[in-house]
Design a protein around this ligand. Structure first.
Ligand SMILES: Nc1ncnc2c1ncn2[C@@H]1O[C@H](COP(=O)(O)OP(=O)(O)O)[C@@H](O)[C@H]1O
Ligand SMILES: [Mg+2]
Length: 227
């Protein structure tokens, strides 16, 4: 079953002489449980595409369907709720809240939603992500690799329809890059978590089931490397 469908998606930033067509008529579908890597050079439109799949920005034209629902038919308020519940975002620079500890960061989207915390899931994630014993630490007391583990935990807490990661290993050394990639791959294999990850590193992209390459806002390659 397709969980995500991107249909004739385009995004132009700015107007007139300064307009940039960042995304140009992009269409593809992602099956539930798939792990997709998006590759492409800097400025090719990868982050724009990821943000549009996550309800972070609105497209100039085209549609995104997640779980059969038209993401951009929603009001801005409904879109904010959608992002918290249905999408897990992981960024290059972690985007943790500096004054909140590990557990508070991981459970923030659930807390903002006013919903109860699934303790089984939280405890399982703390173990799986190697954060046991660090529950009360602030981001500033953690290494980059550990901060990214917290960000992954936050993304996975809700069991979202899709996890979207934008260069999640871009700020990490080789060893941590491979560990973070492994954790993302495990979340896909163990929980069947649908996962879309941007990377400029072909080696890391090879952890995925499928690689989509983007140039100048268009898909130039869409290749299944694992069934
Ligand atoms: N908020 C923005 N305002 C104007 N131009 C933007 C904005 N975000 C991205 N762009 C432009 O859109 C193009 C694609 O950017 P982006 O999606 O960030 O590419 P990538 O993530 O592949 O490096 C680039 O030319 C970039 O300069
Ligand atoms: Mg980018």
């Amino acid at each position: 079953m397709d969980i995500l469908t991107v249909s004739h998606l385009s995004k132009t930033y700015g107007k007139g002489d300064t307009a940039t067509r960042a995304l140009d008529d992009v269409s593809f579908s992602v099956a539930e449980g798939e792990f997709v890597a998006i590759v492409g050079s800097s400025g090719s439109g990868k982050s724009t595409l990821l943000h549009l799949m996550g309800g972070v920005d609105r497209p100039t034209s085209g549609k995104v369907l997640l779980n059969g629902q038209d993401v951009y038919a929603r009001s801005d308020e409904a879109l904010a709720v959608f992002r918290r519940r249905e999408v897990g975002l992981v960024y290059q620079f972690y985007n943790l809240v500096p004054v909140l500890n590990v557990v508070e960061n991981m459970t923030l989207p659930v807390a903002l939603d006013g919903r109860p915390i699934n303790q089984d899931r939280l405890q399982g994630l703390l173990d799986k992500l190697g954060l046991r014993g660090k529950e009360g630490y602030l981001p500033s007391q953690l290494s980059g690799g550990q901060q990214q583990r917290v960000a992954i935990g936050r993304a996975l807490m809700n069991a979202p329809a899709v996890v979207l990661a934008d260069e999640p290993t871009g700020n990490l050394d080789t060893r941590n890059s491979h560990e973070i990639t492994q954790l993302l791959q495990d979340s896909n294999r163990d929980f069947g978590q649908t996962l879309i990850m941007i990377t400029h590193d072909e080696t890391i992209a090879r952890a995925a089931d499928r690689i989509i390459a983007i140039e100048d806002g268009r898909i130039v390659r869409d290749e299944r490397i694992r069934s």
